[in-house]
Design a protein around this ligand. Structure first.
Ligand code: HEC
Length: 139
């Protein structure tokens, strides 16, 4: 009896945790779901198998290009739905080719959460990079 109760409560708790994630995913969780098939978050040890620049690399270039968060977020949103060669700021387009549009794969609201997370939490500037290069890499 005791065991059944314990299992029941554990199942209920994991169901609740799962429902919670499904109902309110954060920008980071959405990025992991929607973007990490191509973009890793940090720099991997070996860059041989990359399909796209890691998020820290993208944000390094975008942060150095834009001087306010509004334009930065607008660029991420616009590029993700309609990527073009003219818009691309990262030079990695030469290595990887143009990113396929993600239209239809996520909602505007989801993209907005992802863009805010990238702009606010994956913040690698030139000076921050100089101070702590290791922060960009997976150890
Ligand atoms: C099928 C692979 C693929 C997926 C999935 C993907 N990307 Fe990309 N992304 C790329 C490639 C390749 C590049 C580099 C070339 C380029 O700039 O187009 C890139 C570049 C970018 C850039 C840099 C733009 C610039 O100005 O240089 C941003 C921002 C970006 N991706 C956001 C996202 C977001 C957000 C998602 C998820 C919603 C996502 N990507 C999903 C392949 C992908």
């Amino acid at each position: 009896m005791k065991n059944i109760n314990k299992n029941f409560i554990l199942t209920l708790l994991s169901l609740l945790a799962f429902t919670n994630i499904q109902a309110n995913p954060t920008g980071k969780e959405l990025f992991i779901q929607k973007c990490t098939s191509c973009h890793s978050i940090n720099m991997p040890k070996s860059q041989k198998d990359l399909h796209a620049p890691p998020a820290v690399g993208v944000m390094f270039h975008l942060n150095n290009h834009f001087d306010n968060n509004e334009d930065l977020i607008a660029h991420i949103e616009s590029f993700t739905m309609n990527p073009t060669r003219e818009k691309a700021i990262c030079k990695s387009i030469r290595r990887f080719g143009i990113m396929p549009s993600q239209k239809g794969k996520l909602t505007k609201e989801e993209l907005s959460l992802i863009a805010q997370w990238l702009a606010n939490d994956v913040f690698i500037t030139r000076s921050k990079y100089k101070r702590d290069k290791k922060a960009m890499f997976d150890n």
